[in-house]
Design a protein around this ligand. Sequence first.
Ligand code: ATP
Length: 491
Amino acid sequence: MRPLDLTEKDPSKKVTIYFEGKPYEAYEGEKFPVAMLANGVYWLTTSTEGRHRGAFTFGPVPVKVNGVKNVNGRKLKLKDGMKIERQRYDEFQEQVEIDEGKPVLRYVVDVAVVGAGPAGLGVVEEIGGKLTVALIEEKDWLGGDMWLKGVEQEDFGNPREAIERLTNFPENVRVFLKTTALGVFDKGEYFLVPAVRNDQLIEFMAKRVVLATGAVDSIMLFENNDWPGVFRRSDALEVMNVWGVAPGRKVAVVGAFPEEITAELDRWGIEYVVVPNPKRVEGNDKVERLIDENGNVYEVDAVIMADGRIPDINPITQAGGKLYFKRGYYRPVIDSNHRIREGIYVAGSAVSIKPHYANYLEGKLVGAYILSEFGLEAEPCIYEGKLKDYEPVARPVPKLPLDGFNGEDVQICGCGVTLKKVDDVVKSGITDLQIIKRLTHLAMGFCQGRFCLFNGALLVSQRSGTPMDRLDIPVARPPIKNVKMKVVAGR
Ligand code: ATP
């Protein structure tokens, strides 16, 4: 077994790949960063500023594969003999390429559900068999965030078994995996949801749309928070529970919600220490130690950010939804039928942070509202009642020790935007996030603000004394994922 393997892998799939000229053991179809992690290699790419990066925090992972540049190493699935080399960010431009030679695929359905986590699956369970449905999911799995979990989930039990129970779809439900929805646009009586699968554009025309697009991991700010060996919570969950590889031999768990991660580390018997107030990560091309705000030093080889999740607001604002700030995060304003506006519904973590089962129930509730709108029998009050048992999670709004940090070492955005860069603009008196975006490129790179905009808002709020609920959060522009503009323009 490789140094960080937790499980035996299928020996018939064993292959050899070459990274920077050196051979490594890998498995056919394994993700490149996972194979390198299993071999104890964390540094995979170099940012524009020359910072060494891994694949598990943020920012792209450009690599050269068999001499071909601009491959996103984060998603690269391995084959025998692949030769992979590091590529710097500054030479990289990832785009979802559309092969314009291919005819556009078009589907007309009653309801387009974007996102196949517990909420999306709840919607489909409620309306499937009664209305025609397109279930659009960008990942190659169903079950969303819950698919990454190994431990029993409140009221759901075993996560994998629960997902299996929910994915027995009737005939009028069409599932589109590895398909990324780019936005929602008005088209007369229909909504147009353009989406991309591989290099193929697909246009969904739907009478109703459900945004069950979930939440994103909170990115914590501390010095060298992008160091190879620092993990976002979902990446840490994925490497352990999907790929059977440990994030490290001894792990530091940081953030306000450590239990979510420590329960999983316990399951695998991985040694850890919980550090509530991280200040700085240090090491040579990988994490070797973490230092907290009190100067305590922890010898660890990985750091996992366990700071919970916040709703992904980009699909909401792009579709015309408004936001408000409650319980420590921005969330959509919805009417009594869970709509951000006529015809567009929202369910699950996209609305508020709560257990998976509550998000599933909220999906069922939205499904029931839609059935009623179509004049079909439905009892939304059953789910309204059940949902009252689940209070959404409140996230403490982090208090950043701004003047205690070396802001040049704190990455606020994976695209090379440091805390110092943004802080200097804010300290000069500019507190309008729209202008800060233009001046610093915050929220204008690969994640389009998903991971960095919240921290930008937090910084402005803390420096200017303006409460988070009074800040003007920039609206996400279509397409909500990287794609050539001409693909959606004019269609
Ligand atoms: P929970 O947060 O409890 O897991 P949920 O269903 O509300 O429940 P997720 O599990 O995060 O939330 O599921 C949301 C799903 O939406 C994810 O699987 C994600 O890949 C998918 N998704 C988000 N944005 C898009 C998009 N633009 N196109 C296609 N799928 C998307």
